[in-house]
Design a protein around this ligand. Structure first.
Ligand code: PGA
Length: 241
């Protein structure tokens, strides 16, 4: 795990975009793993700018997102499908995008199908991750064991509270999601995790220095051969030198 600390969030986003740009320039038909949440928004803005400036071409790029809320159709304001269209896909010439469906008639089958689509595309070259304050990646919440494949997961109480800000009331926050599993994420050839702000300082400290445990799902990333972590100073403030 390589950890870089930058002065501010803008620099984190520019560095993340630089790594995505390098990936796409090296392999124009890259398979990208993408994430939602507030963390990647500025990185997506940087990627859009690189596209508009004629530096990046996404016409052969395929993407797979980490997760989606169960029960929200793609058209719902708070669906991750809608988020991705607004924040990235509608602004670039990306060839093909995939998110798991939150409203498939058979969700267990949707999990299997999503996993298979990733394999058929040749696997993920570069997976982008944020991290929850409880250590979740995707919607893999702290648990007794690591979930291997794409699965249906119960959101942790802290996640429901964190997501409350996007919905009119807590009742409306979905309680379940479909998410790539820890195994799906670990199969990516390279992983890029971003974290910004004081609220992530404690979990980053635990991810880097604590035990590898399903109680802190992101800790497993330390056993992956190619993980880059980009932090601003606030998120890195509890790390030793
Ligand atoms: P955030 O969420 O980017 O909104 O902080 C990250 C996550 O929960 O994975």
């Amino acid at each position: 795990m390589i950890v870089h600390v930058f002065e501010n969030a803008k620099q984190v986003a520019r560095a993340a975009a630089a790594l995505f740009a390098a990936q796409i320039l090296k392999k124009p038909d890259s398979v990208l793993g993408l994430a939602t949440g507030s963390t990647p928004i500025e990185t997506y803005q940087e990627l859009i700018q690189l596209y508009k400036d004629g530096i990046l071409d996404f016409s052969k790029v395929v993407s797979f997102n980490l997760d989606e809320y169960v029960g929200l159709p793609a058209t719902h304001e708070q669906s991750y499908d809608r988020f991705m269209k607004e924040q990235l896909f509608s602004h670039i010439n990306i060839k093909e995008t995939h998110l798991p469906s939150g409203i498939a008639p058979d969700m267990a089958q949707e999990c299997l199908d999503y996993e298979q689509k990733i394999h058929q595309a040749g696997g993920i070259d570069l997976q982008l991750l944020g991290i929850g304050t409880n250590g979740h990646i995707g919607f893999n919440e702290p648990a007794e064991a690591f979930a291997y494949n794409t699965n249906i997961t119960q959101l942790a109480e802290s996640t429901i509270k964190a997501n409350r800000r996007f919905f009119l009331s807590e009742d409306q926050v979905p309680k379940t999601a479909i998410s790539m599993g820890i195994g799906t994420i670990m199969e990516a050839r390279s992983i890029l995790l971003l974290a910004m702000g004081d609220s992530k300082a404690e979990v980053i400290q635990q991810m880097v220095n604590g035990p590898i445990t399903p109680q802190l799902p992101a800790s497993i990333l330390r056993s992956h051969q190619s993980v880059t972590v980009l932090l601003d100073q606030a998120a890195a403030s509890k790390l030793g030198r």
